[in-house]
Every structure is written in structure tokens, then in C-alpha cells.
Design a protein around this ligand. Structure first.
Ligand SMILES: *Cc1c(COP(=O)(O)O)cnc(C)c1O
Length: 392
């Protein structure tokens, strides 16, 4: 009853890697809320011994994740960062990781403040320039850590170009696919060895769970990651696995709607006199629009913009006055969120460095949800107008 490997994406979301519960026929994978499993004689069991090592709800989710990313193996962890930690543990002291220079803040912290102290070095480079990147690869370089689109500037990196370069130089590649989701972008298909997800975001999709996952086609890497999953033990619980399985069943619908809403909002922002710049890979004048159009099905639900009155105060007024856009960190849920990178996610980055990449004081990041577009548009327009009245 497993879905055909060639089935389309929406069908994979609902059926990929899944089958009715073999014990009961339950159509939805049950929550196996147990820490251990009965054995009929020592070492004789039904494939499950202890729930850190394996749990049927987690197994179902892992198979589903593999199917939707076009991989062979999905390996779940208790958060996106613990999934990343497992990947980095594949390497040795002395090895080096080359990562995007506008990386997710938590990934940067893990690489520098935590793993750096264990002798695994990281360097941060602009991955938009493949020729310059090629010169940065040294004998100790073992992994390219790619993120695209990036947060919050929505820069785009050419995945196929970098994976080809890495393969030639015998360097592994991992793409953090959290911002795009597998509905929009399939890095394994573009040559990546590993895909990372913060399932907390679009995969879960309802802002009610923290989880991470790695997907790969590489048998050897998968074996070592399954080993680390059990040996380190940063595993998600069965209830959370159930929630993400449920979330994935509507992934294609949610992301499609978020993209449609984002398009409407971008149009409105571009025509608003108070707005200075709008950052969205779907815009024809986005510097990497062509690359995004090539490697993504659509352009996503993340939008950033800044204000002509470029102050934290002006941005704060906008964010205090939205009704449906909730001021909060995170992204990828059904509800729209609004955030201020300069004071929230990127507050630890020195101002000069932040400004040099376009991350201005008034930059606002939207995670566009799946509400009705008209309401979101009215909400933003009213908040912008209110901000100008106060500032004015
Ligand atoms: C949130 C996020 C992470 C970290 O995931 P957690 O589930 O919060 O640990 C990693 N990468 C990106 C791009 C993210 O947005």
C-alpha cells in the first residue's frame, strides 16, 4: 500500500512511506506512547526494544520525510539544531566546514561557540560566488553548509552549482531546507548529500512542536546518523512525531497558499509610499531571481522589507499595530508572524556588519500564513499608516 515512488508531491505528503497501522488497521499512525517493548525471549522482539532506539510513530514519520524529500532515509531529532549537531558529529577535530555567511543565528552559534571548541573549524563565506568559493576549499574542508533562501535577506544560493563543485572536490554538501520546505525545493535532486530541516517550521506547520530532521540517499551517512540518533539520544517523542506527520499531510496546500498570499503582500508593499525596499525572490529584480525560478517551484512565504523612515522606532510602531501578524520569532506556521531581526533574531550581530548586508534598523520580516490575503493586506496597510501617524 506504500505510495508509488513516482507519485506527485501532494500524494507523497499524504501517503509517502506510510501504511495503515499493521496491528490495528488504524489509518492514521497511532501515537506509540511507550518507552519499552515486551520481548518473548531475551533478544526476541518485533523490531522495537527501547524507544530512544526506535518508536513506530517516529519510524512512520522518518519514512514519510524520506519520501517528501526524495531521499532514502529520514532521521529525526528533538530540534533542528540537534539534527545539525548530529551532522557535524560525522566529522573529526581538524576538519573544516564552509558555511554561508548569512546563516541562521542558531546554526552560527552551534558551529562557532559549541563545535568550534571541539576542534571542528568553521569558516563563513559568500556562497553566491561559486568561483570565489572554489578557492576557499582546502584539504581539510569536509562539508559545505548551504542555506537558501537565507534569513532575513532572502538571498538565494545556486544549489546545483555548489553541489557540482563540492562533488568534484570530494566535499560533502548539506542544504538547510527549512525556509523553502520540500514542496518548493528538493536539494537531494539538485545533488546535495544531506538535507536538514527545522521541522518546527513549515513541516510541523502549526507552531506547536519543536523538531529537526535529516534526509539523505547516502546509505553510509544514514547508518552513522541513525547510530548518533540512538547513541546521543536527542530524539523527539511520539506525540511530537504524530503532530509533524499530521502537519506534513497539508504541507503542499499550506505552502502553496502562503506563496499566493506572499505575492499579494509583496505587490502591496511595493506600492506603499512608506516602504523603501522589498526583499522577495519572486521579484523580477531580485538579484538571484533566475536561480530561484530554476531551483524552486514557487518563491515562498517569507518576505522582508524596510521603511523609508529607517529607525527602530518606526519599525516598532508597525509591529505594535498589526492584528493578524503576531509579533513573534519562528516562521512557517498557518498563522502570519511579524518580526524585527535587528532587535530579535540578529540582535547579537554588530550594527555595522548588519547594515553591510542590508539588514537595516527598520527591516521587518514576515512569515506569511494561510489566512485570507485581503485581511493580511488590510492589516499591514493599517499598521503602516498607524506608524506614520505616530511618527509623523
Ligand atoms: C529554526 C531554524 C533552525 C533551528 O531549528 P530548531 O528547530 O529551532 O532547533 C535551523 N535553520 C533554520 C533556517 C531555522 O529557521
Amino acid at each position: 500500500m506504500k505510495a508509488d515512488r513516482n507519485a506527485n508531491f501532494g500524494t507523497q505528503c499524504i501517503h509517502g512511506g506510510l501504511q495503515p497501522d499493521p496491528q490495528t488497521g488504524a489509518v492514521m499512525t497511532p501515537i506509540y506512547q511507550t518507552s519499552t517493548y515486551a520481548q518473548s525471549a531475551p533478544g526476541v522482539h518485533k523490531g522495537f526494544e527501547y524507544a530512544r532506539t526506535g518508536n513506530p510513530t517516529r519510524t512512520a514519520l522518518q519514512q514519510n520525510l524520506a519520501a517528501i524529500e526524495g531521499g532514502e532515509h529520514g532521521i529525526c531529532f528533538s530540534s533542528g539544531l540537534s539534527a545539525m549537531d548530529a551532522i557535524i558529529r560525522l566529522f573529526q577535530p581538524g576538519d573544516e566546514i564552509l558555511a554561508s555567511d548569512d546563516l541562521y543565528g542558531g546554526s552560527y552559534r552551534l558551529l562557532t561557540a559549541v563545535l568550534g571548541t571541539f576542534g571542528i573549524k568553521s569558516r563563513f563565506v559568500d556562497m553566491r560566488d561559486a568561483a570565489a568559493l572554489a578557492e576557499q576549499i582546502r584539504p581539510e574542508t569536509k562539508l559545505l553548509w548551504i542555506e537558501t533562501p537565507t534569513n532575513p535577506m532572502l538571498n538565494i544560493v545556486d544549489i546545483a552549482e555548489l553541489t557540482a563543485l563540492a562533488r568534484e572536490r570530494k566535499v560533502l554538501t548539506c542544504v538547510d531546507n527549512t525556509f523553502a520546505s520540500p514542496y518548493l525545493q528538493q536539494p537531494l535532486e539538485l545533488g546535495a548529500d544531506l538535507v536538514l530541516h527545522s521541522a518546527t517550521k513549515y513541516l510541523g506547520g502549526h507552531s506547536d512542536v519543536v523538531m529537526g530532521a535529516v534526509v539523505t540517499r547516502n546509505e553510509e551517512l544514514a547508518k552513522r546518523l541513525y547510530y548518533l540518533q540512538n547513541a546521543v539520544g536527542a530524539v523527539p517523542g511520539p506525540q511530537d512525531c504524530f503532530l509533524v506527520l499530521r502537519g506534513i499531510k497539508t504541507l503542499h496546500l499550506r505552502v502553496q497558499r502562503a506563496c499566493e498570499n506572499a505575492r499579494r503582500i509583496v505587490e502591496v508593499l511595493q506600492n506603499n509610499d512608506l516602504v523603501a525596499n522589498v526583499y522577495y525572490p519572486g521579484l523580477a529584480d531580485h538579484p538571484r531571481h533566475e536561480v530561484a525560478a530554476r531551483q524552486m517551484r514557487d518563491f515562498g512565504g517569507m518576505v522582508s522589507f524596510d521603511l523609508k523612515e529607517d529607525t527602530m522606532e518606526a519599525a516598532t510602531e508597525v509591529m505594535k499595530n498589526t492584528r493578524y501578524f503576531t509579533l513573534a520569532e519562528s516562521l512557517g506556521g498557518v498563522e502570519s508572524l511579524i518580526g524585527h531581526p535587528a532587535s530579535m533574531t540578529h540582535a547579537s550581530i554588530p550594527r555595522e556588519q548588519r547594515l553591510s548586508v542590508g539588514l537595516t534598523d527598520s527591516l521587518i520580516r514576515l512569515s506569511v500564513g494561510v489566512e485570507d490575503a485581503e485581511d493580511l493586506v488590510k492589516d499591514l496597510e493599517a499598521a503602516l499608516a498607524a506608524a506614520v501617524t505616530v511618527a509623523g
